[in-house]
Design a protein around this ligand. Sequence first.
Ligand SMILES: Cc1cc2nc3c(=O)[nH]c(=O)nc-3n(C[C@H](O)[C@H](O)[C@H](O)COP(=O)(O)O)c2cc1C
Length: 321
Amino acid sequence: MTEENKKPEFHIGSLPVYGDVIIAPMSGYTDSPFRRICRQHGSAMSYTGLVTEAILKCEDAERALGFTPEERPIVFNVGGKDEDIIERICRRIEKKQPDVIDINMGCPSRKIVLKKQGAFLLQHPDRVACIMKRVTSSFSTPVSAKIRLGWDSNSRNFLDIARIIEDNGAAMLAVHARTKEEGFTGEADWDAIAEIKQTLGIPVLGNGDIKRAEDIDRMKKHTGCDGVLIGRVAIGNPWIFQRRNREEVSPQEMFRTAKEHLESMVDFYGSYGLIKFRKHAVAYFRNTPGAAAVRRAMMLSETPEDFIKLLASALPGMTLE
Ligand SMILES: Cc1cc2nc3c(=O)[nH]c(=O)nc-3n(C[C@H](O)[C@H](O)[C@H](O)COP(=O)(O)O)c2cc1C
């Protein structure tokens, strides 16, 4: 059944979204090849990693902004400290005809918050309002935002921020249910996602601590969210978008997917693709009997072809077609 014959799970503005499980933005991971793998496995949309002015200035900017039609709907995750900078970034991205422009208000990285971007903005609701108003009034593309619950445990202002985002024209909100101070520690607070969902009229995506396939429906039930964003556990594990756990995936399927992913990275990055693929390779084969062999193959191979051959010979029962 093609997507268009299915009923959309929700809409972002007028954009139908045919699915409720979505790859989260992850700088350094969610490039075009990985987004394609996730989308083929059932991710309902594709988020880019964070796009800042600094990224637009690098030599490799065009590649960083690149995507293929199969990745659509494509959501560009944009970061900047004020509405002027963010509008400039969006102007550049607009040429790529994104499906959604997403404003990053959750990144906790020191480098980003020192530049007054990402989660820094949560401390400045007025600035959040100005940014959202500017972007929603300047572009016809639907605009969303991705937030955390607040700066720290003393300033969990997520309901105020969520309302401001909606009141200033956003068409969707994604919530990573931790504060900036928590980073990735502790447990994500799904009750907070439920409170936001009850407060807003626009679609809400819940995020944080999906570890296994069954957590997807558990989060949906607990929070009432419209969809679930999945980050870390999807690395080396795109089957999560099919609501399958790793132990249900045969070694052959893992090998075939890893091989396709590597080939797609080499197409996209040239020979550098093999180096870039290393962190994905480790993730594909973690906790499998072949993990040590994969690491050895990575050290010994100089070309992608070598790597695939070594991998096939190291993993029992694998064949190269
Ligand atoms: C390596 C890495 C890079 C990330 N980069 C971004 C980013 O560029 N933009 C963003 O909004 N969130 C980013 N995040 C946060 C994720 O989108 C997500 O909110 C977080 O990982 C929690 O979800 P999870 O528990 O499913 O991993 C990143 C997370 C990780 C682990």
